[in-house]
Design a protein around this ligand. Sequence first.
Ligand code: KG4
Ligand code: ZN
Length: 358
Amino acid sequence: MAIVKPVRGMAGRLVCFGVETSCDETAAAVVSLEEGRPLILGSVVASQADRHAAYGGVVPELATREHLRALEWVAAEAMRSSCLAWADIDLVAATRGPGLASALMTGHCFGRAVAIAAGKPFLGTNHLEGHMVSAFLDGAAPPMHGVGSWLALVVSGGHTLLAVGRADGTHEVIGSTLDDAAGEAFDKGAKMLGLGYPGGAALEAATRGGNPSAHRFPRGMLRSGDLAFSFSGLKTALRIYLGKEFGGSAPEGEALRDICASYQQAIVDVLVGKTAAALQQTGLRVLVVAGGVACNAALRAALTELCGRDGIRLLAARPEHCTDNAAMIALAGAWRHAGSGAVSPWDEDVVPGLGLTA
Ligand code: KG4
Ligand code: ZN
């Protein structure tokens, strides 16, 4: 995590304290935004993945309890590493949705309480908007208002969408999944292959040395002519294949490597194919890729090739900003507040099914 001593007293600088608890990561961060350039002053993520692994998925009650345990020290540590006092904070942002209802409530309540105690404005922030701006947290990224509009491919455990981001902080979803998210396809595939949970990274690791053309898994809706995704057929195809070829037991060695590489290739082909279509349709020249699945090296390589071929500028979120974190929430909150002065009323509720609307 970048921990940088801040330069104080710069005009036009907005410092935001962000909180994220939408799923199984408890996170807090301090981000300053100046002239469209974010600087992470402190960022802490406490992952609960180990606590949920035994259940093969996130248990909402357990996640909520763990957030309550971790929030105070995670927030204190983010503030300590920023070298700032609460008086230096201009805005508190916390994830309002989408996510698990009770998990969201912990961070959203915590953020409001901190804002009230410190006498600061509060802004409930959209988790997806956080992913959309997360690539700009990279010090090498251009200033946010310098890129005009951009296409974002957000691929996480809960969401798969293509959206247009604009310099004024508004956005428009132009494609999303009809069923499973790309991360879910990785996780469910990994579970069937005995690779544990969450399985995206483990499945990717198991592709090493595998042949991505060994099996032809379906590329759901790749030729549908629109920007919708579907991954549930892929998961079913894997289940049927494993039942037929291995009688329900987990494959090993070369067979496992080939299956993982082929399964991953099917997901990557669909994500890249739809992204190429969206770039063509919109004429946009900047592509942002973010969300947990954006850690995947095969996806990053395929998008790099696509963008290199078509002269598109690719901004891929740094791996530590792909998975859930609070720096992206602080940046999304600061960006929106700086653009429109947006603040939330004190009686605002969380919205577990919050969509990405302008
Ligand atoms: O963005 P994120 O941390 O949480 C959500 O908002 O959902 O994304 C988590 C997802 C999980 O499904 C995880 O398996 C997937 O990102 N993931 C990966 C990789 N690393 C994480 N999927 C494919 N390859 C990876 N290397
Ligand atoms: Zn997320």
